[in-house]
Design a protein around this ligand. Structure first.
Ligand code: SF4
Ligand code: FES
Length: 242
């Protein structure tokens, strides 16, 4: 471990690397921290706020999100103080008001000690918890940048540009695969893949040898160009490739 430091979590001295994310340290130490916007392949975003912990500064303390908190030597944290538990419950209820029927959200609610059926806030229940994982997967991993957030406050939602057809979408489905609440629908039949939220429809490519469906033509062309592959690279599927 380079630049080794020592921090204290829940009274226990723990070694970490300077600048390491507090959430990563907690996970390594098997300290349970609830999360709903953290993903190993994406940069920390700090938006669900369920990963909060109390940073003990001696005569005062501060609530911080652990997923994007770089640790320094000598810092002291409490992961389940009354203050943390109280705030997490409130955040969880607000999250449940947006999505109370999703197994993943219900599971995290259980960890936090909140009954998904007993939420005190008016329910919108549209399913999207605004975790931004779809947007980050599209921009950070795929690099298509086809979707983003639109609006503010209660009107905030994920969207294609100007709620019109997402012209930069390549139909890869990363947004739908990563979404923890299954809010993004990806429909597929023999010939087309469709994303109603993004108002886009893609023709599927087929293997010229076995006829098997491969992926949307636009996605294959995007990959082919990015990786500078020969123009006929995706004419055949992986099983028929010599
Ligand atoms: S659609 Fe899914 S992945 Fe995207 S912000 Fe909403 S809950 Fe998160
Ligand atoms: S995991 Fe830290 S804010 Fe969501």
């Amino acid at each position: 471990m380079s630049n080794k430091i020592t921090i204290t979590i829940d009274g226990k001295k723990i070694e970490a690397a300077a600048g390491e994310n507090l959430l990563d340290v907690c996970r390594r130490e098997f300290i349970p921290i609830p999360t709903l916007c953290d993903h190993g392949d994406l940069k920390p975003y700090g938006v669900c706020r369920l990963c909060i912990v109390e940073w003990d500064r001696g005569d005062w303390s501060k609530i911080v999100t652990s997923c994007n908190f770089p640790v320094k030597d000598g810092q002291i944290f409490k992961t389940s103080s009354d203050k943390v538990k109280r705030q997490r419950k409130m955040i969880m209820e607000l999250t449940l008001a947006r999505s109370s029927k999703t197994p993943e959200v219900i599971e995290v609610a259980k960890q936090v000690g909140v009954d998904a059926e007993a939420v005190r806030f008016p329910k919108k229940d549209d399913g999207c918890i605004l975790c931004g994982m779809c947007i980050r997967a599209c921009s950070e991993v795929v690099e298509a940048n086809a979707i983003s957030f639109a609006g503010r406050g209660p009107e905030r939602k994920i969207s294609s540009p100007f709620f019109e057809e997402a012209g930069d979408c390549i139909g890869c489905g990363s947004c739908a695969y990563i979404c923890p609440t299954n809010y993004i629908k990806m429909e597929e039949d023999e010939n087309f893949r469709t994303f109603p939220e993004w108002k886009v429809k893609f023709e599927m490519a087929r293997c010229s040898k076995c006829g098997q469906k491969i992926a949307p033509k636009k996605q294959l062309e995007f990959i082919r160009k990015k990786a500078s592959l020969p123009s006929d690279w995706f004419d055949v599927c992986i099983n028929c490739r010599p």
